[in-house]
Design a protein around this ligand. Structure first.
Ligand code: AMP
Length: 218
């Protein structure tokens, strides 16, 4: 299965991507996680993109597409993948099409997680992310950890992503509407899009997503 997950920041993409990837036994590929790993390791790529992430803008396509192509060429992605946060504009979507055509593959599904905008802002403002594994997600009100600042799953440190502060969230939302939303129509024209109402308990959203996938995945 080759799946793209789309949705505004705070829609639960990271959480759902990790669960779906596990259920479907395919790698979860998050360009945001790849950028953050480069930043925390202090790589040259990390230094280049650090301020862009902090301000909530999009990393230039040539950097992002090269990084994504590199990751998709790894052996574990040969039989399928779940992309989270890529593509994020039409030109990246076309670049992905090109990579897939070259490899003789095609996308099976695009899942569009739909959440009302006021909910998105509330979710992100309270979001606390685990430094060891970003799919371990907590929320100061909706899902507080047992021990303040510590991940229940792996004892990793919980922190607030710098780009989760309110003004940056608004910027990321406007980037989402302007740049990313158009890819939904792009993929709809190819008959690939399923819209998943995502204002529901985590396990229910996962089930809705699985139910929306073409036959052999569920
Ligand atoms: P995310 O973890 O998906 O919310 O991504 C965090 C940040 O990483 C975004 O706000 C962008 O600055 C950057 N980023 C992640 N994926 C992409 C992409 N496909 N194109 C450009 N920038 C990206």
């Amino acid at each position: 299965m080759r799946i793209v997950l789309v949705g505004p920041p705070g829609a639960g993409k990271g959480t759902q991507a990790a669960l779906l990837a596990e259920r479907l036994a395919i790698p979860h590929i998050s360009t945001g996680d790849l950028f953050r790993a480069n930043i925390s390791q202090g790589t040259e790529l990390g230094r280049k993109v650090e301020s862009i992430l902090r301000e909530g803008g999009l990393v230039p396509d040539e950097i992002t597409v090269a990084m994504a192509a590199d990751r998709l060429a790894q052996p574990d992605a040969g039989d399928g993948f779940l992309l989270d946060g890529f593509p994020r504009n039409i030109s990246q979507a076309k670049a992905l099409d090109g990579m897939l055509v070259e490899a003789g593959h095609k996308l099976d599904a695009v899942l569009d997680l739909e959440v009302p905008e006021d909910e998105v802002v509330k979710r992100i403002a309270g979001r606390r992310t685990c430094r060891k594994d970003s799919s371990h997600a907590f929320h100061s009100t909706y899902r507080p950890p047992l021990k303040d600042g510590v991940c229940d799953v792996c004892d990793g440190e919980l922190y607030q992503r710098e780009d989760d502060r309110e003004d940056t969230v608004r910027k990321r939302l406007s980037v989402y509407h302007q740049e990313t939303e158009p890819i939904i129509d792009y993929y709809r024209a190819q008959g690939l899009v399923s819209t998943i109402p995502a204002l529901a308990p985590v396990s229910e959203v996962t089930q809705r997503a699985l139910d929306a996938l073409p036959e052999r995945a569920a």
